[in-house]
Design a protein around this ligand. Sequence first.
Ligand SMILES: [Zn+2]
Length: 147
Amino acid sequence: MLFRSHIAFALVSYLTLDFFIKMPFWIPGFILLGAIFVDIDSLNSKISRIFWPLSWILKHRGCLHSLTFCVLLSLLLGLLNLWAGFGFFIGYLSHLILDCFTRAGVKLFWPLGFRIRGFVKSGSWTEDIIFVGFLLLIIVMVFQKLF
Ligand SMILES: [Zn+2]
């Protein structure tokens, strides 16, 4: 999935959670960080422009695109600050969920080798429709929160 879709779905995830849980105001920052971080293993991602040596070492949609690393890295961050770890986990998880719907799929339960795949081709019109759906959802949720 594209960067913008991950950002949009991370925001939908935050707004949904915000309905049920009272969170610190800075949580969206860590949710977005978690959602963006996962593609550090892709040479084409925005975050790899900064951390390009990591993108060379790691295989795209390999171990980083797994619940194993999602939980592990979130727990590490959670040791520093529980809310930061929680926010990072939500963003990371939102990224993995979205990538599960792509044709390339992800090894969600790495080190187990099987991939969970979907029907969406990254950057296709199907993804555009999903993205617009997320945008509409964000608008509705923000209006609901404000009024
Ligand atoms: Zn990804």
